[in-house]
Design a protein around this ligand. Sequence first.
Ligand code: ADE
Length: 254
Amino acid sequence: MRIDVLTIFPDYLAPLELSLLGKARRDGLVDVRVHDLRDFTHDRHRTVDDSPLGGGAGMVMKPEPWAEALESVIAAGREELGDDAAPLIVFPNPAGAPFAQATAQSWSQRPWLLFACGRYEGIDERVYEHLAARGHELALASLGDYVLNGGEVAVLAITEAVVRLVPGVVGNAASLVEESHSDGLLEYPLYTRPATWTAPDGTVRAVPEILLSGDHARIAAWRAEQSRLRTAERRPDLLAPPAPGDAADTAPAS
Ligand code: ADE
C-alpha cells in the first residue's frame, strides 16, 4: 500500500516511523511519503493561507498550493505505480463522514491513499470541486465530533487503524477478528495469569471461573454475552434498532 501525506507540518508525522507502522514500512508492506505543502508555494513567505472572502474569523487555505501539490504528488505516484493508479484522496475534516472500523477495513484494501491535511478554518472549497471535476475520488473523514487544530493527528489515527488491517502487518491475524468494533460490538473483558491475584490493597481478585473450564463453546458464549452487556452499557447507540424504512429494518431477526 502506498500512503502520501501533504501537510504544512511534516514533523508532526514523525510517529509514522515508530512501532507497528514503522515495522510495516521497513518490511515493505507500506510505502509512506510525507510532503510539505509549502514546497508548492512561490512567494518569499511560502504563504498557504489568506483571510476568508465574505469576512469572518480565522484563515482559509489558498487553492493554488493545494492544486499544485496534489497534482505533483499524484503524478509522482503514477510514475511508480503506473499510469492507471488513482489514489483515494482523504481530507481529515470535522465536517466529514465519521471514520469507523468499517472505513478502516475498506481503506486497508486500497492500493493508494493520499491524505491532505487542512489547517486553520479549512481549505478553499474550489479545491474539492476541482478534484471532483477531474475525476478524483475524495473522502472527507472525521475522527469525532470535536475540532482539532488540523488534520495531522487524524492522519496518524486513521493510518494506524488502516495499516494494522493490511495483511501481514499484525503478526496474529486472529487478534484482529475478536477486537472491539470488528463485529460491531465492544470487546469482552480480558484476563491473564495469575488466575487469582491479590491486589495492592489486599483484595483477592479471581478471574471468572468459566475461563479456566477449558470448555471452549461455553467460553465463547460467555464472551459473546459479555460483549453484548458491555456494549449495552457503554455504547447503546451501537445496538440501536434500525430506523423504520432502513434496509436493515426488514432483515429477519436472528
Ligand atoms: N480536523 C480538525 N478536526 C478534525 C476531526 N475531528 N476529525 C478529522 N479531522 C479534523
